[in-house]
Design a protein around this ligand. Structure first.
Ligand SMILES: *Cc1c(COP(=O)(O)O)cnc(C)c1O
Length: 353
């Protein structure tokens, strides 16, 4: 059990209720806790939302030791607030920490930090259709010396941001560019860790794709540029000739909680599901034979995001006539139903705050 010292703000912010967007507004308080090799974790506290005061020599600024998580608090119709599989985020944060040699923390402590902050910020959980309170825990190296060495000091912070529906304009299938130059991650690297560095490595391809009118890039593997990995910052799934295929977790792919939940739902519904290598050639062949029935990305932010168009080697391929497919729609309905408490949670995935 953490002993969390709470310092409440004296001036509550005005709550914005329309046009929330994503990650633009922040609640009144934040959680912070520090780590040193001698003391371990210390000084767990909830304080007014504020700027961080860090040494310009702090490790995070120079050598990129930073990891994060992303989850949501959902308001149910009965007014209660719940989280979706938060223990999975906690476990993944510790796995990411292990890869970057940042300090791990007891699972129950991290979960307590998240739940206590959300409890305090309950009024910030919006109640509009598709809205939620986005929770962003992050952890970074905080030594104030430039020598490259193992991390002795770190800080863990959680901020929360009321966010609007990802689909304010309806679920519209997106255009995706298959990236053949840059790669996001390689096996043995940090692809499976949720770290800021992976995002920095993705910036160039993402920006070029955006300039060309595509929503995201589809990443191929870093060794042969042959196997499909992820789409933007989402996992990806395809329905080819009745089989649902998602890339296997080979080390360069982020193990998404939405991915895991989709797979469990699909298997439970009796679909044929494979986690395996899927080459770009197999995908293009399926497209040309008219056997690619559906394609979608999945992640916490969008839940599922249907793919309506793929661009590869100067050719444009249309998926499912540019419309959302039945399986994609079913996954969206089931997941959002459980997350917002509209349908019974037979999987025991939700945690009421
Ligand atoms: C966070 C993330 C995902 C999706 O994970 P969820 O747990 O489903 O939100 C997928 N890919 C990358 C690169 C990510 O950072």
């Amino acid at each position: 059990m953490l002993d969390i010292k709470i310092t409440k703000t004296e001036t509550l912010k005005e709550k914005i209720t329309s046009n929330l967007g994503f990650g633009r507004y922040f609640s009144d308080h934040m959680f912070m806790m520090d780590y040193s090799r001698e003391k371990g974790w210390y000084d767990a506290r909830i304080v007014p939302y504020q700027n961080l005061c860090l040494s310009p020599a702090a490790t995070v600024f120079h050598y990129g030791a930073e990891i994060f998580e992303g989850l949501k608090a959902y308001r149910r119709a009965d007014g209660e607030v719940q989280l979706f599989r938060p223990i999975e985020n906690v476990k993944r944060m510790n796995n990411s920490a292990e890869r970057l040699r940042l300090p791990q923390m007891p699972e129950e402590d991290m979960l307590q930090a998240i739940t206590e902050l959300v409890k305090l910020e309950k009024d910030w959980v919006p109640s509009g259709e598709g809205e939620s309170l986005y929770i962003r825990p992050f952890l970074f190296g905080n030594d104030d010396k430039l020598g490259v060495h193992s991390i002795e000091n770190a800080r863990f912070v959680i901020i929360t941001s009321p966010s609007g529906s990802y689909y304010a304009a309806g679920i519209n299938p997106v255009k995706i560019m298959i990236e053949t130059e840059d790669v996001r991650a390689v096996r043995g690297g940090t692809g499976y860790a949720k770290c800021g560095g992976n995002y920095a490595a993705s910036n160039r391809a993402g920006e070029i794709a955006e300039q060309k009118g595509y929503a995201q890039v589809l990443w191929l593997d870093g060794v042969e540029r042959k196997y499909i990995e992820e789409v933007g910052a989402m996992n990806v799934m395809f329905k080819i000739d009745g089989e649902i295929i998602t890339p296997a977790l080979t080390g360069s792919i982020l193990p998404g909680i939405t991915r895991k939940s989709c797979l469990e739902l699909l298997r439970n519904e009796g679909y044929k599901v494979s986690e395996r290598l899927l080459s770009i050639d197999e995908l293009i062949e399926a497209l040309e034979a008219g056997k690619l029935e559906e394609a979608w990305g999945c992640g916490t932010a969008a839940v599922v995001s249907p793919i309506g168009e793929l661009f590869y080697n100067n050719k444009t391929y249309i998926v499912n006539n540019g419309k959302i497919g039945d399986v994609t729609q079913m996954l969206y309905n089931k997941l959002t139903g459980i997350q917002w408490g509209k349908t019974e949670d037979t999987y025991n995935w939700t945690l009421k705050i």
